[in-house]
Design a protein around this ligand. Structure first.
Ligand code: A2P
Length: 258
């Protein structure tokens, strides 16, 4: 199975990452250090996860050179307005202790106002002004690649119908046993946009259910690998990047050898 994929920008991205959504403060740093020690070179985070400071410290303490690690963060919904984007990015950069990101994603295709109104209909309807500003961030060298998250096919079509200088490199969405998203996988492949699978093991209470699914168990026994390794290999075989989250050292190791 491929250890890396080549993005439409030409950059090579590791096919398996440590996901740090729901990895709490006080545990996420150790998880990042364990992952980097055991060979991971891709950390998938976001500003809203509230743990970027600890991720940044762990990265520094790991002594793995910054340029060897693929670091992703995401622009939160309250910062879609073009004037809010650079300060939001700078905040993530500062917390992570780096001067560039390998990938910055629009976290959701919806925009919240940071003011008294909870919801901004215009920006929600059109992520294009946000995208133009993200292109500028690439030109400034603060971000190497840009993409989106939680966009369905129609939203991808709407965004890419605009004159873009930079095509989205990535769309990060939920993909797992219960939500295989075959149409989006096919469309993305044809469009040259790589998908990243979050909650790849099924997320929360459904992880057990997906890992115990008869077909997964059967393959696991046949190949002599664990059910989680079956699931992770399935994602990579489909050509998607996979972002399993764990804060448990033995699982972090297990997921890397999938
Ligand atoms: P923990 O972080 O306590 O190790 P997903 O990435 O689909 O959202 O799944 C994450 C959930 O699955 C977390 O609760 C995580 O628990 C658990 N998990 C991660 N890796 C494994 C594994 N190899 N086997 C069983 N559960 C796992």
């Amino acid at each position: 199975l491929p250890s890396h994929y080549t993005l439409n920008s030409g950059d090579k991205i590791p096919s398996v990452a440590l996901g740090v959504w729901k990895a709490g403060r006080g545990e996420v740093g150790q998880a990042v250090k364990t992952a980097l020690e055991r060979g991971y070179r891709h950390i998938d985070g976001a500003w809203i996860y509230g743990n970027e400071l600890e991720v940044g410290h762990a990265l520094k303490e790991s002594k793995v050179p910054r340029e060897e690690v693929w670091l992703t963060s995401k622009l939160w919904n309250t910062a879609h307005a073009p004037e809010d984007i650079e300060p939001a990015l700078d905040d993530s950069l500062q917390k992570l202790g780096t001067n560039y990101l390998d990938l910055y994603l629009i976290h959701w295709p919806v925009a919240f106002s940071s003011g008294p109104e909870a919801y901004d209909a215009d920006l929600t309807a059109n992520p294009y002004p946000t995208w133009k500003k993200l292109e500028e961030m690439v030109e400034k060298g603060k971000v190497r690649n840009i993409g989106v998250s939680n966009f369905n096919i129609q939203r991808m079509k709407n965004l890419t119908a605009n004159p873009l200088k930079i095509l989205p490199a990535i769309n990060q969405v939920e993909i797992n046993y219960f939500l295989p998203q075959p149409k989006l996988v096919e469309w993305s492949k044809q469009s040259g946009i790589l998908l990243e699978a979050y909650s790849p093991l099924g997320s929360d209470k459904r992880v057990k259910e997906s890992l115990n699914a008869p077909v997964v168990k059967e393959i696991s026994e046949e190949l002599g690998i664990t059910p989680a390794q079956v699931m992770i290999s399935w994602h990579v075989q489909r050509g998607t990047i996979v972002l399993p989250k764990s804060v448990t050292p033995c699982r972090i190791v297990e997921n890397w050898h999938g």
